[in-house]
Design a protein around this ligand. Structure first.
Ligand SMILES: NC(=O)C1=CN([C@@H]2O[C@H](COP(=O)(O)OP(=O)(O)OC[C@H]3O[C@@H](n4cnc5c(N)ncnc54)[C@H](OP(=O)(O)O)[C@@H]3O)[C@@H](O)[C@H]2O)C=CC1
Ligand SMILES: Nc1nc2c(c(=O)[nH]1)N=C([C@H](O)[C@@H](O)CO)CN2
Length: 236
């Protein structure tokens, strides 16, 4: 990245699915985007005002390289959207990996980039979590626990960085099925919400657009779960 930024937005895990939709929508709104990816930048290289940077967020060295690049080439920081994530089955190894991606990386980046965030006239940190953080998930215990930790960090960073930096959680239910998810799994999942359809990235894009322009919201959670939290007899 040899570009000098005024005040970019960092989006992690930006090369596919929700992260890519965010990069497209926000760059179209005029934001400069630093878009991190792990393996393949994909379409990111074709987007105007989007600057891909490779970083495996489980690696402290990769994260430090990302931080050093941003600090060197940006005058301030409009914000950080922590989207990168892995939805892994339960195992100790997977717990450690999701801890690194969902907790250690956001903590590391928020702390290290605090001076750049505070030098902005207005900055936002957005933690993309999961509805299961507030109710648990018997088949994804480690995933839900690490997402719950990320949601808790919203409270601490919101208090620490106010009023210049707003810090909020987005708590989605279903967004986009994995390509290999079965028809049976998809049917069962859709029935769990009052709004029984796969919404795609739109709930996140809508919530991010709201938060980036909000005047009085910090330390809060924007829930976009299709009513998943309500028990409803017809599909219970
Ligand atoms: N999809 C859904 O239905 C739901 C999603 N969410 C949350 O919404 C967000 C977006 O979801 P979705 O688009 O499905 O996410 P994905 O599972 O598609 O992954 C998002 C991105 O995270 C990146 N990533 C994974 N591990 C690492 C790593 N070690 N270092 C750097 N990047 C990494 C992936 O990169 P790579 O290309 O290398 O894999 C990918 O680009 C996530 O935070 C997710 O937890 C919450 C509820 C439901
Ligand atoms: N990083 C990811 N997190 C989650 C995903 C995903 O694909 N990547 N998917 C889900 C499920 O769709 C769930 O919301 C419904 O079964 C959860 N988190």
């Amino acid at each position: 990245m040899h570009h000098t930024f005024a005040a970019p937005l960092i989006i992690t895990g930006a090369n596919k699915r929700v992260g890519l939709a965010l990069s497209k929508a926000l760059s179209r709104q005029g934001y400069e985007i630093v878009a991190t990816y792990r393996n393949d930048p994909g379409e990111l290289t074709t987007l105007e005002n989007v600057y891909p940077i490779q970083a495996d967020l489980t690696s402290i060295e990769d994260r430090q390289r990302l931080i050093d690049q941003v600090v060197t080439q940006a005058k301030s920081l409009r914000g950080i959207i922590h989207n990168a994530s892995l939805w892994l089955d339960d195992s100790l190894q997977n717990f450690q990996t999701m801890y690194q991606v969902h907790l250690e990386a956001p903590y590391h980046l928020n702390q290290a980039l605090e001076p750049l965030l505070l030098s902005s006239s207005r900055a936002d940190i957005i933690h993309i979590c999961d509805d299961s953080a507030s109710r648990g998930s018997k088949n994804h215990i480690a995933y839900a626990a690490t997402k719950a930790g990320l949601s808790n960090m919203t409270l601490s960073f919101a208090e620490r960085l106010a009023p210049t930096v707003r810090v909020n959680t987005i708590s989605p239910g279903l967004l986009i099925f994995k390509e290999d998810s079965s028809a049976e799994y998809q049917e069962a999942t859709l029935k769990k919400a009052l709004l029984p359809y796969e919404p795609g990235a739109a709930p996140i894009v809508e919530a991010v657009m709201y938060l980036l322009q909000s005047t009085y919201t910090t330390g809060s959670t924007v829930t976009a779960n299709g009513g998943r939290h309500l028990r409803h007899s017809k599909n219970a």
